[in-house]
Write a protein that binds this ligand. Sequence first.
Ligand SMILES: O=C(O)CCC(=O)C(=O)O
Length: 314
Amino acid sequence: MSKRPPSLSAQAADMAMQMALRQIDFTAPPRVAVPAPKPQNTEDTLALKRRDWLLDVQECQRALSPYASGLLTAEQLSGEDFLHSFYAAGRPVLIKGMMTDWPALTRWTPDYLAETIGEAVIEYQGGRAGAQDYELKKEKHRKRAPFRQFIAAVRAGGNDAYLTASNSATNAPALAPLQADLGPIDAYLTRAPGMLWIGGAGAFTPLHFDLTNNLLAQVTGTKRVILIPPSQTKRLAHKSHVFSDVRDVTDEARLKLYPQARDVLRYDVVLTPGDLLFIPIGWWHQVRSESFSTMLTYTGFHWPNMGHEGYPAG
Ligand SMILES: O=C(O)CCC(=O)C(=O)O
């Protein structure tokens, strides 16, 4: 039975809600103002050390079995299997073969996108080259341009301009013509619209975690994702909101500053067109586009995804 697509204003409201749930935009006032627990005395410090000890021991135990650890690749995973083995378990998985009938997989070249959206003005994250804090200071980096001009900029490559999930709500009306090229992923997701990412080779999202479970759907080009389990947090200089001061665990200069991040347990994965990557809440990740890339992210799962409630935002 075909469902009527939601209206554009409903889509924009839905995307704004999804962004709020991810709580990546931390310049917005926190919805739940729980003060960050600061270790004030030796009792608190000892409690933290004991928690880190337990996380390490549990990680070592999981490493005993490939059923319990590692990043698995699955082919056309059913909703039941996804729920029981990955969503409920809080375990990442790379899933292939779920997007084979999406027209976008063959259509979404830079030329096609530029022709389809043309001169419509869109919002993107700009002025990122040379800035370190473009995720932390998202608002400062919001820019606008005719879509065709934006595509020309990302085609040239680099990290300066990137259309990200934080631009989704604003861009919903302008980018609506692209919706027809996407398909549903009914096994895992409601029909809530995804959030679009468009960037060039070199676009980089620094190390952070999300406050929701998140499904990445790669459409065009390739992206290299590094996933790090929550058990490794003590090695990642977690000071600001959901971000790691390490920023990039492949950057020797950063590793010199944060040597404890060298030995971090990590899983590297390259996303190619048609791949889905499930990133559970709290898993650290950094993402680098290896070519012109388009991708959608979804948080509208069939199962509860409200872990952000009560996050001590600080
Ligand atoms: O693809 C990217 O650049 C970042 C995606 C991401 O980190 C996220 O959706 O949380």
